[in-house]
Design a protein around this ligand. Structure first.
Ligand code: ZN
Length: 257
């Protein structure tokens, strides 16, 4: 099916994409596809063929219909690298397992170094190493009712800031646009939200200044809310809010916000 050129689309940096590779001792196949709005995949460049006798024995650079191969591995163009790194990082496997995963399919100059740099900066990956944990993970107790624990986070979309609130029990998502991400704006939005649905028992946020200021801490205290701070970019701790942010961005794109 992928040989029908009308199914191919041009690379668009704004669209999600997926790289699928498959290889055996006898053949290699690789597709970089965009994931379209309806969830279907449309291939960009592609390659699929049987390897020659020589190729089965040698690692060499070959060009297949716009896709460069290094032996069995796809040589990834610059523009895809950052996003593929993020994909590789999705499961927080740590350095050696992420490298092993990449080596099966991908290659670019300094791939190993890029993986090391990325993993180095990640606290969730750090927790999979056999070193003492710097920041303990929060083993969340499963919420059994709405308002028991609520995760909040900020996100930006097209230059505008949004406060995202997600309830860990119902996964109910509330999004409010703010002029700027200050403590007082956050407080104002939360007040409005409390007035409509009630005050939650616990709020989880990252430890950014707008959430750690005296003003915000006082507000939490006076509202009787237990406030739990987690490190930013710590998906295992505030993953719910990050998931909320992803859902939000996806819906905004779909709605052509
Ligand atoms: Zn990680």
């Amino acid at each position: 099916m992928i040989t029908e050129s009308k199914l191919l689309v041009f690379y668009d940096s704004k669209k999600p994409f997926r790289l699928s590779c498959d290889s055996s001792a006898y053949g290699v196949g690789a597709v970089i596809s965009h994931v379209m709005k309806d969830g279907s995949e449309r291939p960009i460049p592609f390659a699929s063929r049987t390897l020659s006798e020589t190729e089965r024995r040698r690692n060499e650079l070959t060009l297949e219909k716009g896709l460069l191969l290094w032996g069995m591995r796809v040589v990834i163009p610059d523009k895809f690298r950052g996003r593929l790194l993020l994909e590789l990082h999705d499961e927080h496997l740590g350095t050696s397992r992420t490298k092993a995963l990449a080596r099966g399919y991908l290659w670019w100059p300094y791939l190993d170094r890029d993986i090391e740099d990325m993993v180095e900066r990640c606290s969730a990956c750090a927790s999979t190493r056999n070193t003492p944990k710097e920041s303990p993970l929060h083993p969340w107790i499963w919420a059994s009712r709405p308002g028991q624990r609520v995760h909040i986070d900020y996100t930006e979309y097209k230059g505008q800031s949004f406060l995202v609130i997600i309830d860990s029990f119902s996964k109910w998502l509330k999004v409010m646009q703010v002029k700027s991400t200050t403590s007082s704006n956050t407080i104002e939005k939360l007040r409005t939200w409390f007035a409509s649905v009630g005050i939650p028992e616990e709020i989880v946020s990252d430890n950014g200044p707008k959430f750690t200021s005296c003003e915000f801490q006082d507000f939490m205290k006076h509202s009787g809310v237990k406030h739990t701070l987690v490190p930013p970019y710590h998906p295992q701790s505030n993953g719910l809010a990050e998931r909320g942010v992803q859902i939000l961005k996806k819906s905004m794109k779909e709605a052509r916000f």
